[in-house]
Design a protein around this ligand. Structure first.
Ligand code: C2E
Ligand code: MG
Ligand code: MG
Ligand code: MG
Length: 274
């Protein structure tokens, strides 16, 4: 009986693996057309300060698949990074964000807003990244100082000298940098003093149980102190509850992003309530 069960389990495992591989290949084939078929969209999530004022938005990519509906970024971005599609997709995201910044530049309440864009390490390490982004900024007339590039700790560790040079060139244009998902990667803290960073985003995994988990609270508290003493803006991600907000405010974190303030939303509905 055990043997029969083992056999079944094995067959089931094989078939599910096979199904997953086929699924993946199908999804990948579909992703090749997603840009041209206008299936990709940007949604924006607000970032808010301690007075409840919106200071900026983060652009978050969405894929509306014609048969499957919304495919989450956690599914298709790793795929796009593996097959290189993240590069054209990433430029499309940057172009859209720059166009939006240029539009806002002449509209009083919006002109002060920043747009944060997640940049994959694959794209960031491209030799032509600086030139291409400068081209987009020039072409769209976007104010570079309103663009924040979100990078991960793993990128900063990969090729520190080259990454630093890329950042310095863009920083010279006014572009700002944020470390995303801070505390989740393998990294040394020494990059914090070597790189031209502006912002540090505390990963939502530390915020989730902030009020009940002493370790999370200690990590968040220390991260805030570290960021503040380095002169970085510290942003808490994944703020869902008023109690989390109160705690963060009480511990010196004055920038927040999370469902408490709003979900990622298409741009035309973002400021509906204003
Ligand atoms: P991220 O950059 O850390 O983005 C924040 C994620 O947290 C988003 O997930 C957002 O929808 C979600 N989130 C925001 N507030 C809350 C909250 O209060 N509670 C919870 N549970 N979640 C919240 P999303 O949109 O699914 O994106 C996942 C990741 O995919 C992003 O994480 C980012 O790493 C990546 N990504 C998204 N758009 C792009 C893009 O244009 N380019 C690249 N390279 N990566 C992207
Ligand atoms: Mg991000
Ligand atoms: Mg990210
Ligand atoms: Mg994050």
């Amino acid at each position: 009986q055990a043997k029969a069960a083992g056999g079944n389990t094995l067959r089931f495992f094989n078939r599910s693996m096979q199904t997953r591989l086929i699924e993946r290949a199908n999804l990948e084939a579909d992703l090749h057309h997603a840009l041209a078929r206008h299936e990709l969209a940007l949604h924006y999530q607000t970032q808010v300060n301690h007075q409840g004022i919106t200071t900026g938005v983060e652009a978050l990519l969405r894929w509306c698949h014609p048969q499957r509906g919304w495919v989450p970024p956690s599914t298709f971005i790793p795929l796009a990074e593996e097959n290189g599609l993240i590069i054209p997709i990433g430029y499309w995201v940057l172009h859209s964000a720059c166009e939006q910044l240029a539009k806002w530049a002449n509209q009083a309440p919006y002109a002060a807003l920043t747009i944060s864009v997640n940049v994959s390490s694959v794209q960031f390490q491209q030799p032509e990244f600086v030139r291409n982004l400068e081209g987009l900024l020039a072409q769209t007339q976007a104010p570079p100082g309103r663009l924040v590039l979100e990078v991960t700790e793993s990128l900063l560790m990969r090729d520190p000298t080259r990454v630093r040079n890329t950042m310095l060139k863009l920083r010279a244009q006014g572009v700002r940098f944020a470390i995303d998902d801070f505390g989740t990667g393998y990294s040394s803290l020494s990059y914090l003093k070597r790189l031209p960073l502006d912002e540090l985003k505390i990963d939502q995994s530390f915020i989730r149980e902030l009020l009940t988990d002493k370790a999370d609270a200690a990590i968040v508290d220390t991260t805030i102190l570290l960021a503040v003493s380095l002169g970085l803006t510290v942003v808490a991600e994944g703020v869902e509850k008023q109690e989390q907000l109160d705690w963060l405010k009480g511990h010196g974190c004055y920038r927040y992003q999370g469902y408490l303030f709003g979900r990622p939303t298409p741009i035309d509905r973002l400021f509906e309530s204003y």
